[in-house]
Ligand binder design. Structure first.
Ligand code: ZN
Length: 360
């Protein structure tokens, strides 16, 4: 289970969907029923899942057991097909090591799980989500025109999208990396999914999701598009992606979706009760800080900038309730520890200054 302490002191499960509720809310108000229908049904599903998971947590769900023995350097992937139902996991359609089939969605999900496993292993020596070889399961073709993808604490789930606004959710590899990184966070810092710690949780998923895409494409920080979910929006939508780390707030501006609400700096920090206190909104600030660090250092972003962020995520000093300033301070310490008082340290200090987060 993905869970975190709430500000009220109780345990609450995290149910992160790649498309945040405020975007689907907007779409559900569209005049065209071809747009509002799928958005409304997707919202209903996600709300139901959140409630269900809360109940499961109270009862106490069993945790997923990792296979016995030393973790292998190979992923252990299984892809299932829900055949447009909401039954999980569905029928097994591809197992580890089997050849690609005729369904491109299945093959993309399989490749995306593999790319995520590979970045964590090759760049950071981490064996799967839990660091101990956790098998990676994914279900595709979930629901009817389901407008989302999520990690439910145990597996990945992908919708096909409505075809009008959202396309197949297996298309962007960074969406897969984003969701699986919620699993990594669950097993490490376990940041509370509310307010600033929730925005850090979201940002870490965007950061490593983007790094998985850059690693797959062999891009440097200068070559990367720094978008999250590019290729997911249908061609008629006025927008390029769900979020932009390079220029938060500019990913889309569309009559049906509304405008990307992300701030890039603390001057525009959004105080809101919705979206768990703006976890998908204010994540734009730490996202932009990472972009600034990676492009200032240059080269492959997963090597130095990614290493610094990974050190903080897994180092054991990041508190569940951490705020931006706490996280920023730890990145400064991690940069100094890894690379001494050089360009890397300067890049980290300058980036947080630029986004208006004071290091302690
Ligand atoms: Zn997320």
């Amino acid at each position: 289970m993905v869970r975190g302490m709430t500000t009220h002191g109780g345990f609450e499960p995290v149910f992160c969907t790649i498309v945040p509720p405020h975007v689907l809310d907007q779409l559900a108000r569209a005049e065209d029923p071809a747009l509002s229908g799928p958005a409304r049904r997707s919202l209903e599903h996600d709300a139901y899942q959140r409630t269900k998971r809360r109940l499961t947590t109270v009862i106490g769900a069993p945790s997923v057991a990792a296979p016995a023995g030393a973790a292998a350097d190979q992923p252990h992937r299984t892809i299932y097909d829900a055949h447009h139902t909401q039954d999980l996991p569905g029928d097994q359609v591809r197992a580890e090591g089997s050849d690609p089939g005729s369904d491109a969605t299945v093959n993309r999900a399989y490749a995306g799980l593999g790319a995520t496993f590979e970045l964590y292993l090759k760049a950071y020596g981490r064996h799967s989500i839990d660091g101990d070889g956790l098998p990676l399961d994914a279900t595709v073709h979930f629901g009817e025109n389901y407008d989302n993808a999520f990690w439910n604490g145990e597996q990945m789930v992908f919708g096909d999208g409505d075809g009008e606004v959202f396309l197949d959710f297996t298309i962007p590899v960074d969406v897969i990396g984003h969701e699986l990184t919620h699993g990594v966070t669950q097993h490490t810092a376990n940041l509370t999914y509310f307010g600033q710690s929730g925005a850090l949780n979201e940002s870490l998923s965007d950061v490593f999701g983007s790094l998985i895409k850059q690693y797959t494409l062999g891009q440097t920080a200068a070559e990367a598009d720094w978008l999250v979910g590019a290729g997911l929006l249908a061609p008629s939508v006025h927008g390029t992606a769900l979020r932009s780390m390079k220029a938060p707030g500019t990913a889309y501006d569309d009559p049906n979706l509304g405008k990307d609400p992300q701030p890039a700096t603390m001057d525009h920090y959004v105080r809101t009760g919705s979206d768990n206190g703006g976890v998908h909104i204010n994540s734009g600030i730490p996202n932009h800080a990472f972009y600034l660090v990676a492009t200032a250092i240059g080269g492959r972003a997963w090597e130095k900038a990614g290493q610094i962020w990974y050190d903080v995520l897994t180092g054991g000093e990041l508190e569940q309730e951490a705020r931006f300033a706490d996280f920023a301070t730890l990145t400064v310490q991690a940069a100094r520890q890894r690379y001494g008082a050089g360009d890397e340290l300067q890049a980290v200090q300058k980036a947080w200054e630029q986004v208006g987060v004071r290091t302690l």
